[in-house]
Ligand binder design. Structure first.
Ligand SMILES: Nc1nc2c(ncn2[C@@H]2O[C@H](COP(=O)(O)OP(=O)(O)OP(=O)(O)O)[C@@H](O)[C@H]2O)c(=O)[nH]1
Length: 275
């Protein structure tokens, strides 16, 4: 069988599970996934290599109505990520509904449909991926929801998944592989990301800020990695980073502890990176 390779964008509203899905498919915690919306600020490529195919996954910031310059940049990044790919996976969260009557009455909200309209402007094939389905006990509720989505766009497929429980990932994999052209791999098989280990170290620091600081603060922070020393033995990699905050009054938080970064570009596909 001929090798298939191409690019697949993961797009959707903030917090729908794009980074978690990328990590599940690549098999490594490359992208920072938190319970907070708008964690992803820049596009990240995750290289999903398996025998017979390589899908280069583009993790994008969440699409939302942006007011600040940073948020506008993030939305532009997301929409740029959907250009010229072989397939767009439009992720939408499965709604939590009481019963089948509620599921039949359900409509996607204006923000989700606006995100779909923006993504569709790129003119690429789009598959709808309904995320977090592990939270829906009665799977019959998913049918009317998927049907509602199908009326909004000629999606190439409608796939319910749970990235955390591994549900639906086989079906998703088959759909992704079928959408890839016959081509040579775009990245070496053992490369997991387009970013340097140092960039991932900065992202780990940002993830720590989300974990440890008050809810609103991480959004006002930027991280610069000042020095990064890779070590094979414990305590492993050493990161010195500066945390930039918007206001002087917030600077007392700036010495947040950095966790050990993973080594994404060194890991073999399928293996979990150390965290
Ligand atoms: N129950 C459940 N939770 C999930 C699943 N996938 C993601 N989550 C949770 O949803 C939250 C958001 O996940 P992310 O992967 O960061 O979402 P995102 O779309 O990348 O978010 P942005 O950075 O805002 O664009 C996290 O708390 C995840 O743990 C899933 O399959 N099931």
């Amino acid at each position: 069988m001929s090798f298939r390779a191409g690019t697949v964008a993961l797009c959707g509203r903030p917090n729908v599970g794009k980074s978690t899905l990328l990590n599940a498919l690549v098999g490594s915690d490359l992208a920072v996934a938190t319970r907070f919306p708008q964690t992803t600020r820049e596009r990240l490529l995750g290289v999903w290599s398996e025998p017979g195919f390589q899908a280069v996954l583009v993790d994008t910031p969440g699409i939302h109505r942006a007011k600040s310059a940073l948020n506008k940049f993030m939305v532009d990044e997301a929409l740029r990520g959907a250009q010229a790919v072989d397939l767009v996976l439009m992720l939408a969260e499965a709604p939590l509904l009481a019963d089948i009557a509620a599921a039949e009455a359900w409509e996607p909200g204006p923000a989700a449909t606006a995100a779909l309209t923006s993504i569709a402007e790129a003119g690429r094939p789009i598959a709808l991926v309904l995320t977090k389905c592990d939270r829906i006990e009665d799977k019959a509720l998913l049918l009317p929801i998927l049907h509602k989505w199908s009326t909004l766009h000629p999606f190439t497929a409608l796939i319910p998944i749970s990235a955390t429980a591994g549900e639906g990932l086989k079906q998703l994999r088959e759909h992704v592989v079928a959408a890839l052209p016959v081509a040579e791999p775009l990245f070496p098989e053992d490369q997991l990301s387009d970013r340097a280990v140092r960039w991932h170290a900065g992202e780990r620091v940002r993830a720590a800020l989300f974990d440890h600081l008050r809810d609103e603060l991480p959004y006002c922070c930027a991280v610069t990695v000042e020095s990064f020393k890779e070590q094979r033995k414990p305590p492993r990699d050493i990161v010195h980073a500066s945390v930039h905050v918007e206001r002087e009054s917030r600077s007392r938080w700036s010495s947040a502890a950095a966790p050990r970064p993973s080594r994404p570009s060194r890991c073999r596909p399928g293996g979990r990176s150390p965290s």
